[in-house]
Structures are given as C-alpha cells and as structure tokens.
Write a protein that binds this ligand. Structure first.
Ligand SMILES: [Zn+2]
Length: 153
C-alpha cells in the first residue's frame, strides 16, 4: 500500500541506530504501513483490538510490579516478572514523552509458553497499533500474545 510521507519519517526513526541500537523493524522488508495493516487485521480477525490487548498487558505489568523483580502469580496461571532495566526510550512515532525501559515476562503455567514485552511495546500497541517488525528482538507477535495470555474476543 502507498505510504503517507509522515510514516516514511517514522519508518526512518525505526532504523537501527536512530532511537535504539537494534531498531524496531528487524529483518522485515515490508513498508511500515503494511506491517501496521497486517497486524491490525490479525487482531481484528479474532474480534479483538489493540486497546484490549494493551489494557491487558498494562494490567499484568501493574500486578507484576508488586513483585519488585520477583515473579507474581496472576489469575492463578500467569506468572509475571517485571524488571526495571533503568533508563528511558523515546517512541519512534516521536511525540512528547519518554517510556521506562521496563521488561515484562509472562509465563503461562498451564502451557509453559511465555511472552515478553517492554513498557514501550504497550504504548506503541495502544497508541499506534505497532508490534514492531518481524525479527526485531522486541517484536510482540500479536497471535502469540493473545494465545499465551488467553485473551478471548
Ligand atoms: Zn508513541
């Protein structure tokens, strides 16, 4: 799909070495507009939306913070560990504000599967519908997220 010049600029911010050393796009060759569209469709196909997913991520992050780095069991099957790695990072969509470099790991004790995200992931999913490009170390695969957290549409 044709990409708005504003997104071209955002896409440039996402390259390695601009805001973060590894960047946000991994080895993804798609244009940013197509990454956003594809992930958006994957989520809406399950009768879900970015806000529902981000709200659940934030809720689990909040519960996990109570452990101060130790795992916290939430809803009887989700083991949440929140680590504050110190420092902040800007959003590549470049509006005001910095996001803490907080790492959240959730293990589903029923299946043994786990998923990982940062505070910036939660923000980018909620505000921009952006899960990062394929191969990015911080990509949150929407279908993995939905399955591991057992979010129902
Ligand atoms: Zn943003």
């Amino acid at each position: 799909m044709k990409q708005d010049p504003k997104l071209d600029w955002v896409e440039k911010n996402m390259k390695p070495g601009e805001i973060s050393g590894t960047g946000f796009l991994g080895h993804d060759e798609r244009k940013l507009v197509d990454i956003l569209l594809d992930d958006g469709q994957a989520v809406t196909a399950l009768q879900l939306n970015h806000q529902i997913l981000a709200a659940r991520m934030e809720e689990l992050s909040e519960e996990g913070r109570k452990g101060f780095g130790n795992p916290v069991l939430v809803d009887g099957f989700l083991l949440v560990t929140v680590e504050d790695s110190r420092g902040t990072i800007a959003c590549p969509f470049r509006h005001m504000g910095m996001y803490p470099k907080e790492n959240v790991t959730v293990v589903n004790r029923k299946t043994g599967e786990s998923i990982f995200w940062t505070a910036l992931n939660v923000h980018m999913i909620r505000e921009h519908g952006f899960y990062e490009g394929k191969g990015s170390p911080f990509r949150v695969e929407p279908l993995d997220l939905i399955r591991v957290l057992e979010i129902a549409g």
